[in-house]
Design a binder for this molecule. Structure first.
Ligand code: BV8
Length: 253
């Protein structure tokens, strides 16, 4: 592992353009469950993939809205972890960094990273399900969220439709401008750091392979070993909040 860490640090030190690609695992050390952890409380009989759909929202708006508001309150109540801090520090050390996240929390921004591309949207930008106008985020302090509760979604003042989370659900297209910016950054990067993703959700999961085919080095950081397919791909086994600070210390100190 030490040799792989040294090799990865050397790649990072020489890189001009870096993409940091993050998944739910990057937020897990802040206390946010990953997407494939089992759900708890009211939602424990579902898997996230079934709840994260427009169909589920239409079938039971208050169940789905309650889940997202519980997640938003949780995300607001936790802090960025050392992995988020290391990514922000990396942004101050290299000439061009693009953060491409699958996560819907704002922990990269709260760790002072800038220009974060949210491929799957954000919990902090709800909109009307019908007419899509942006809607205000309710004050979560007013919720009694315990182990989860159904919450009636606010009603759109324009058309009377229901407020939905500002995330990309399964079966929905990613925001084109965000996707195109991510693809462009991946095409020109020297190194892509892939942190805390199972690589299960497309088209996001295709980005590391796109980086490899464009000649970049891809470095995976995950407690689970990631199968690598080329000499330009490295799997660092461990937590992002532990490995990233070690990586930066070796590369830039
Ligand atoms: C779409 C927002 C076009 C909601 C999410 C091929 C091409 C295109 C589409 C598809 C395709 N094949 C299938 C599809 C359809 C589908 C899809 O990918 N399905 C999968 C399940 C097979 N894709 C879509 O529907 C996408 N839309 O393609 O549009 C279109 C249009 C119409 C019809 C068809 C297609 C939209 C997908 C977006 C879904 N929304 N999130 C919400 O958050 O509720 S995705 C969701 O999964 C989250 O964003 C999450 O981040 C993401 C990916 O999961 P991970 O981040 O990887 O999280 P996971 O829990 O899986 O893994 C965590 C990892 O972290 C683990 O490996 C763990 O070991 C590691 N870890 C744990 N602790 C740590 C750690 N790592 C480091 N440090 C730690 N401490």
């Amino acid at each position: 592992m030490n040799q792989l860490l040294e090799t990865s640090a050397a790649y990072l030190k020489c890189a001009n353009k870096i993409v940091v690609f993050t998944g739910a695992g990057a937020s897990s050390e802040s206390g946010i469950a990953t997407f494939r952890d089992a759900l708890t409380g009211l939602w424990e009989r579902f898997d996230a993939q079934r709840l994260a759909t427009a169909q589920a929202f239409k079938a039971d708006p208050s169940l789905v809205w309650g889940w997202y508001e519980w997640r938003r309150a949780q995300a607001q109540s936790v802090l960025p972890n050392p992995g988020h801090a290391a990514v922000a520090q990396l942004g101050r050390l290299v000439s061009k960094i693009t953060i491409v996240t699958q996560n819907v929390d704002s922990l990269h921004e709260r760790a002072s990273s800038e220009n974060v591309l949210h491929l799957h949207g954000s919990l902090s930008s709800p909109r009307c399900f019908e007419c899509a106008i942006p809607m205000d985020v309710p004050d979560v302090d007013g919720y009694n969220l315990g182990y989860g509760s159904r919450i009636e979604p606010p009603v759109c003042p324009e058309c009377g439709g229901l407020c939905r989370p500002g995330v990309v659900w399964f079966g929905e297209s990613l925001p084109l401008d965000v996707w195109e910016a991510a693809v462009a950054a991946v095409a020109e990067c020297d190194v892509l750091l892939s942190i805390g993703t199972s690589g299960a959700v497309y088209p996001a999961a295709a980005l590391p392979k796109q980086a490899l085919s464009s000649g970049a080095v891809v470095i995976h950081i995950n407690p689970n070993r990631v199968a690598v397919s080329s000499e330009n791909e490295i799997s660092l086994v461990g937590k992002g909040g532990v490995i990233l600070p070690q990586l930066l210390a070796r590369a830039f100190n």
